[in-house]
Design a protein around this ligand. Structure first.
Ligand SMILES: C[S@@+](CC[C@H](N)C(=O)[O-])C[C@H]1O[C@@H](n2cnc3c(N)ncnc32)[C@H](O)[C@@H]1O
Length: 279
């Protein structure tokens, strides 16, 4: 009798909530997210919008307006949305030719080096840099690699340094054995490689990014592809502020730059394209 009474009382409330739901226009959420991260969705909105609706419902919002209000005041909801919508695809030895070129360059450098990976996602890129340099006989104690990413879950996974076979598919068996310890069917990065990399969650458009210090080598691979041209220039401007000298080198992913950004001068050497600050 009591349970019948209870269900009679709650049912209309549930019906009312779904009746009031309004997930018709996500435009303001996309605008907000792009302003925050630089990422544009364009044709991918049809795939992303259902995710957004589930996310809004999961955070107790009955409309995109309510979600926008929440995002503006609650940093944990902002962080969760960034973690949901950023694409963290990466793997060891991606665009390896750039890393071989880096080794060649580092061997000629007499001083200790600071290297930035912005973004480093789940760690495969900064660890690959450490592995290539160690393998080439470069003393890891004379370099510091800083890897940042806006996605806090990616940064936690990077700090753990545990990977599946898929992430290591480009590595020869010998290097897997030399630089990883097997744990079940996963690979853990050895401590001496781990110690060469510092991970930080950070948005390249925020003030904290400019406090990372200055760098001799700056990698920014496969992030600018998600930005429009104006945002690419803004991102490059941020990166340029972290160059230690006019000789600092910048490396981008092969599809990142359609045109050379205003702040940079392009160079081509041994088949590798890299950039320095424009003099
Ligand atoms: C496809 S991954 C590229 C990772 C690696 N550099 C590579 O080339 O394999 C792109 C990364 O950019 C990060 N990202 C996107 N916008 C960012 C921003 N505004 N600040 C910092 N990281 C950002 C994402 O979280 C994601 O992990």
């Amino acid at each position: 009798m009591f349970s019948w009474f209870k269900s009679q009382k709650t049912l209309p409330l549930v019906q009312e909530a779904s009746y009031l739901e309004d997930f018709t226009d996500p435009a303001n959420i996309y605008k907000y997210f792009t302003k925050l991260t630089g990422i544009h969705f364009d044709q991918k909105e049809s795939i992303t919008t259902p995710k957004l609706i589930r996310f809004a419902r999961g955070h107790g919002c009955i409309s995109f307006c309510a979600l926008l209000d929440k995002l503006q005041v609650d940093s944990s909801v902002r962080e969760a949305l960034i973690n949901l919508l950023t694409v963290n695809e990466t793997y060891f030895f991606r665009e390896k030719e750039q890393l071989d070129f880096l080794l060649h360059h580092c061997k000629r450098a007499s001083k200790s080096l600071r290297i930035l990976c912005a973004p480093g996602s789940t760690g495969e890129e900064p660890y690959s840099i450490a592995i290539v340099l160690a393998e080439g006989g470069f003393a890891l104690s004379s370099l510091e690699i800083v890897s940042i990413d806006i996605n806090t879950e990616a940064i936690s996974r990077a700090s753990e340094g545990i990977y599946t076979t898929r992430a290591l598919h480009r590595l020869p068996q010998l290097l897997k054995e030399r630089y990883f310890v097997m744990e079940g069917n996963q690979y853990r990065v050895r401590d001496f490689i781990k110690q060469a990399v510092a991970f930080r969650s950070c948005n390249i458009f925020e003030e904290e990014f400019l406090r990372l210090g200055s760098f001799d080598i700056l990698f920014s691979r496969n992030m600018l592809i998600y930005f429009d041209q104006t945002t690419v220039e803004k991102a490059v401007h941020q990166l340029a502020q972290l160059a230690r000298t006019n000789e600092s080198l910048f490396f981008f992913g092969h599809a990142d730059l359609l045109i050379t950004p205003e702040r940079l001068q392009d160079h081509f050497d041994h088949g590798i394209k890299y950039y320095t600050l424009k003099q």
